[in-house]
Design a protein around this ligand. Structure first.
Ligand code: HEC
Ligand code: HEC
Length: 268
């Protein structure tokens, strides 16, 4: 987060304006859609800064990384991505999502265990954290002529590239051996009770749709899909009302995840 604060020393509005100016041909029509999302996704803030702050702008990029179509309101591609490994059962739209190949921790999705095709496609983007977002456009365009939804450039792409350069969370903060003391767990519990419980219930088992790839339980997810969970807690859920906790420091979020692991122990 220190890098983020250093880079984003100007206000969020200025960042967005700079990005629009940088894009040159920014499709202005997309701005109202993003503005609507900003309003819908806004966390319960004490100040306007939380609604439109720097952290919030970066979290919009994180949502696009998760699911570009849900995050921007565009219609999802129907065709399967021919580059996506054919030995994996993934819906056609999901084969285009950044996270499907680059992973929930941006280090490549399940790179080490996968087939040769997976190893080739599931590449890490960790090295981009801390680099200059203005050099990223060229890297992205060279690597991804296939991502047609983003080829025209504009604000959504700029937000995505900004996210990759300043928004990746620090893996070291979330190592399982960290934040297990009673003090850490009780801070995690305070955050859960204050911020999450109203939507997900005290046992963390409500507020989800049924999905084939997860059990609708925060305890289960913290134990089985911690990287996915951390990304969603920090950036919010594309197209959903859930707040993004990026404005909190990462050790506090690590405590929250450690506490979530203790919930609903019967779900294994
Ligand atoms: C089907 C798998 C796949 C999907 C989906 C995918 N990527 Fe990639 N990405 C790759 C591969 C493979 C490379 C390396 C390509 C190369 O080196 O030519 C790459 C390279 C990149 C690079 C350049 C990295 C560098 O250091 O040069 C960026 C940036 C990038 N991807 C961002 C994204 C974003 C943002 C999305 C979502 C909009 C996305 N990718 C979706 C497979 C994927
Ligand atoms: C305003 C209501 C609301 C609040 C407050 C809220 N959530 Fe959510 N949360 C949602 C909704 C809606 C979804 C999306 C459910 C779905 O897609 O099935 C969601 C999804 C999630 C997911 C992603 C599940 C997945 O698809 O991987 C996680 C993790 C999560 N919430 C954790 C939390 C945590 C931790 C907190 C507290 C910091 C919190 N939520 C606070 C409404 C909320």
């Amino acid at each position: 987060m220190a890098g983020l604060q250093k880079f984003l020393s100007v206000s969020a509005t200025a960042v967005v304006l700079a990005l629009v100016a940088f894009a040159g041909t920014a499709p202005v029509a997309q701005l109202p859609a993003l503005a609507t999302q900003v309003t819908q996704d806004a966390p319960a803030p004490e100040t306007k800064e939380h609604e439109f702050g720097d952290a919030f702008v970066v979290s919009l990029g994180g949502k696009l990384y998760d699911n570009y179509w849900a995050g921007s309101g565009a219609s999802p591609p129907e065709m399967r991505n021919p580059a996506f490994p054919s030995d994996l059962k993934v819906s056609n739209t999901d084969t285009w999502r950044c996270v499907s190949c680059h992973g929930w921790d941006y280090d490549g999705a399940a790179r080490t265990e996968g087939s040769a095709q997976q190893q080739k496609q599931f590449v890490s983007l960790r090295h981009l954290q801390g680099t200059d977002p203005f050099n990223m456009l060229e890297l992205f365009t060279r690597a991804h002529p296939d991502q047609r939804a983003l080829a025209a450039g504009g604000l959504p792409l700029d937000l995505l590239l900004l996210f990759l350069t300043v928004g990746q969370y620090d893996l070291a903060t979330f190592r399982p051996e960290k934040s297990m003391s009673q003090k850490n767990l009780s801070r995690g519990r305070d955050i859960f009770e204050g911020v999450c419980m109203s939507c997900h219930d005290p046992n963390g088992k409500s507020g989800f749709q049924v999905r084939p790839d997860m059990v609708g339980s925060l305890g289960w997810q913290a134990r089985h899909q911690p990287k996915r969970m951390i990304h969603k807690i920090i950036n919010g859920v594309p197209g959903e009302s859930m707040l993004a906790l990026r404005f909190m420091d990462e050790p506090a979020i690590a405590d929250l995840v450690a506490y979530l692991k203790t919930l609903d122990p019967d779900a294994n």
